[in-house]
Design a protein. Structure first.
Length: 332
């Protein structure tokens, strides 16, 4: 395996992500699917997935990447984050033997995507960083066949593998869990700085289309102060055109005692982001057409109207506003 380091104490260090797990023979890392087998770090879930599903691209969520198109989505098991509020914990925290899952080689996934008329393939449901090789191998074949690639990730990846990973991705939605180091340590068992580094890298060093999502948990990461800091950082480091999604939390995993996020909270965050200068802000996991619609940044006319996962794009023509001809940021 490329991203590993042989240590003196007969252990091998996995260097895919900042955890840099040091593993003895037979030991699995924090993610549970990268294991030391005879001195090499092996991805035990390669070729195995929790099922292939056709989704609207808006479900990732990606609102400025071929809106209205179909994406073939899949994931495996495991995760290198320890989010106590994980909305997909039955997949990311599963200790099931990966070989009990569906087996689909990369070439077959691309073949299925073409047969089903999918514009892209998404690596999602659990974090593709932990199934790095499976995702990259699939992405390479996608590119050879004119299929776009999408990663939905928390962005917890080391600099060297990060460069290879995003070289083969056309779009990414990165979960910015909060804008607090304490939140990341306490509730994600991770550090925030590597995630911010990944976000800046994608935006400034790649051709990958970037959107961000913050899952708002009332009383934990939704204070006006924290939201203002997050939005200020986005404007200063990513510019004003990077779409930001605020999604509603629902009680899950170890946060069953927390309330579901109210629409009011999402609308408050939406207003803060807009006032900070972010041009494309959205609310998610709720049905609110006003805050799900893409507006022209020049004349303010609606360009992409969304009702749930249904989209109306008649005012967007070849990526430009039908009314004032201004260009809309994104890939269309």
């Amino acid at each position: 395996m490329k991203y590993q380091k042989i240590l003196k104490d007969n252990k091998t260090q996995c260097t895919i992500c900042p955890r840099n797990c040091k593993l003895a023979q037979g030991q699995s890392g924090f993610c549970s699917v990268r294991k030391n087998i005879k001195g090499d770090i092996v991805m035990t879930s390669y070729g195995y997935n929790t099922g292939l599903a056709v989704d609207p691209i808006e479900k990732k969520p990606l609102y400025h990447f071929y809106p209205g198109s179909k994406v073939l989505s899949f994931g495996t098991l495991g995760c290198n984050m320890g989010c106590q509020f994980c909305q997909n914990w039955h997949i990311s925290k599963s200790k099931k033997d990966p070989t009990e899952l569906n087996h689909t080689e990369p070439a077959k996934i691309v073949e299925i995507a073409k047969e089903l008329g999918c514009k892209s393939v998404a690596f999602t449901y659990n974090d593709p960083v932990v199934f790095f090789e499976y995702a990259v191998d699939t992405a390479k074949i996608c590119r050879e066949n004119g299929i776009k690639t999408v990663a939905v990730t928390a962005g917890c990846i080391n600099p060297e593998p990060r460069e290879e990973f995003f070289k083969y991705m056309d779009a990414v939605n990165i979960d910015l869990k909060a804008f607090s180091k304490d939140f990341y340590k306490k509730y994600c068992l991770a550090e925030m700085e590597p995630i911010l580094d990944t976000i800046k890298y994608v935006k400034n060093k790649t051709n990958c289309w970037l959107e961000l999502t913050t899952l708002l948990i009332e009383g934990e990461n939704d204070s006006n102060e924290e939201l203002n800091k997050e939005c200020k950082w986005i404007v200063e480091n990513l510019g004003t055109e990077t779409p930001l999604h605020f999604s509603a939390f629902h009680p899950d995993y170890k946060f069953m005692d927390r309330p579901q996020t109210k629409l009011y909270t999402l609308l408050r965050a939406y207003d803060i982001a807009k006032k900070a200068g972010i041009k494309h802000v959205y609310t998610g996991n709720v049905n609110d057409t006003k805050t799900s619609t893409t507006y022209c940044t020049s004349c303010s006319k609606p360009l992409i109207i969304r009702m749930g996962y249904e989209t109306v794009t008649e005012n967007l023509q070849s990526g430009h506003c039908r009314f004032c001809k201004a260009k809309c940021a994104g890939m269309f």
